[in-house]
Design a protein around this ligand. Structure first.
Ligand SMILES: Cc1cc2nc3c(=O)[nH]c(=O)nc-3n(C[C@H](O)[C@H](O)[C@H](O)COP(=O)(O)OP(=O)(O)OC[C@H]3O[C@@H](n4cnc5c(N)ncnc54)[C@H](O)[C@@H]3O)c2cc1C
Length: 430
């Protein structure tokens, strides 16, 4: 490893929770940073005594952020990745990566490491509903299953090894377009970058937004279990009134159970009580868990909603808060648009969008104007993702209402061409 790579590789900072990030942790991080190149702007907070810079900043260290940081670092760009949380940690996610993600992971140079970490090949998906089921063949190129507990640190570590500067427990609070670049505050530091990729995941609950039928009504829950009676190599989806539950074997003996449900169905119950109720009401699901033991705490995420696409940052969020996302920042992954989790394509899309945003950010660094780069990115993003987002949104009602899904399942079983077209329509090219 060259000196520059070693210097960057030492930049990871761990052990502090984003919420409790204070000035002192910021100072601790400062000693690892490159020499400050900017002075504080007049009138800015006195908390910031130095300003740091990078060519491209990536805000958020999930799939989209690490995809972007990895592709940029591998092509020699000075990229800094800021992640609010610490690693490793469990995330609410079905932990199934659809087949096209293999190509992106291979291009990013991490597929062998993911396979070595215990990822399993997944060749089929089975949908179960009120005693009926239909199996979808995922084709020659299998998907993958691996826990986010293993995957996220592996990707962040790979980005760091490739030369990205990585800051964990470093939550970005503001982002502004200033001149021909961007300024933002992360942790207790002020930074400047020529290009910014926003990969901070789903926006939080829109406080004042109108609540449509599909908006902000759902919550996600997930836990790992051992002793589940489920074959490796298949992802199984159990549809119930108001939501669905996805099961897949991940590394070792663990099976991930991840469910999305509307709040009315959850009815304020604790996760264990709700889970027991679901297993009682859905015998096929209950049979899988007869001898199972939960091996991690339930994780939850609130206010899952669909249908808002924003590949490019805007000056002001949907509540009108200023500087939430500066115009011209490239949004990738869930930050740009959220595909229905039933398709199991969110992570593949996030990785690919990160890669796309990285390619455009490289051109900004090479002198392309931010507006032109934003236009290019928006067009590429729509070409790749718009059609599948729209199709997935149309499937949403079926995911919530077994009485709609039940008659369709036998039909799909008898017409595999139709089921394959549905699978292909909600996926990227292989
Ligand atoms: C119930 C459920 C089940 C799902 N199942 C699947 C599945 O089986 N397969 C699949 O492919 N997809 C699934 N998804 C979707 C998938 O999890 C997402 O699409 C994917 O994680 C998106 O990646 P991302 O990088 O955009 O966001 P994330 O993975 O959410 O990463 C965003 C990161 O940004 C960080 N961050 C947030 N704010 C800031 C800030 N201000 N500063 C710095 N960092 C910040 C967060 O800590 C986080 O690490 C599921 C989603 C849900 C809710």
């Amino acid at each position: 490893m060259g000196d520059e790579k070693k210097r960057r590789a030492s930049h990871v900072s761990t052990g502090f929770r984003a919420d409790s990030f204070t000035f002192s942790t910021g100072r601790l991080q400062n000693q690892f940073c490159s020499k400050p190149r900017f002075r504080l702007a007049r009138g800015a907070s006195k908390r910031f005594v130095t300003q740091f810079s990078c060519e491209v900043a990536v805000l958020g260290g999930g799939l989209a952020g690490t995809g972007a940081a990895l592709s940029l670092a591998r092509s020699g760009v000075d990229v800094a990745l800021f992640e609010a949380g610490t690693l490793p940690r469990h995330r609410v996610c079905g932990e199934f990566l659809s087949p096209e993600s293999r190509q992106t992971l291979a291009r990013l140079g991490v597929l062998p490491r993911i396979e070595a970490a215990g990822a399993r090949a997944v060749n089929s998906a089975r949908f179960c509903c009120d005693g009926k089921s239909a199996r979808f063949d995922l084709g020659a190129a299998a998907g993958l299953s691996i826990s986010r507990f293993a995957l996220d640190p592996l990707l962040v570590g790979a980005a760091q090894n490739a030369g990205a500067r990585v800051f964990l427990a470093s939550k970005t609070r503001t982002l502004e377009r200033v001149g021909d670049g961007f300024e933002f505050e992360s942790g207790a530091q002020k930074w400047r970058a020529k290009a910014v990729i926003v990969a901070a995941g789903r926006a939080k609950s829109p406080k004042s937004a109108r609540k449509t039928e599909d908006e902000a009504r759902f919550c996600g829950l997930k836990a790992h279990f051992s002793g589940v009676d489920l074959e490796a190599g298949e992802v199984e989806m159990h549809l119930f009134r108001g939501g669905y539950c996805g099961l897949v074997r991940v590394e070792g003996e663990a099976t991930n159970a991840c469910l999305m449900t509307d709040y009315a169905r959850l009815n304020g119950q604790a996760p264990d009580a709700f889970w027991a109720q679901l297993c009682r009401e859905n015998p096929a699901l209950g049979a899988r868990f007869r001898r199972a033991t939960r091996i991690c705490e339930w994780q939850s995420t609130g206010n899952v909603s669909f249908g808002r696409f924003r590949p490019i940052g805007e000056s002001g969020d949907e509540n009108g808060a200023p500087n939430a996302v500066a115009r011209g920042a490239l949004c990738a992954g869930d930050a740009a648009g959220y595909i229905h989790p039933l398709t199991g394509d969110g992570m593949a899309m996030a990785l690919r969008a990160g890669e796309l945003a990285g390619a455009v950010a490289r051109q900004i660094r090479g002198g392309l104007e931010i507006e032109e780069a934003a236009r290019l990115y928006r067009a590429a993003w729509r070409r790749e993702f718009a059609a599948r987002l729209q199709l997935a949104a149309r499937l949403h009602p079926f995911a919530l209402r077994p009485r709609l899904a039940r008659p369709i399942l036998p039909f799909l079983r008898h017409f595999p061409a139709l089921s394959n077209a549905l699978v292909r329509g909600t996926r990227g090219a292989l």
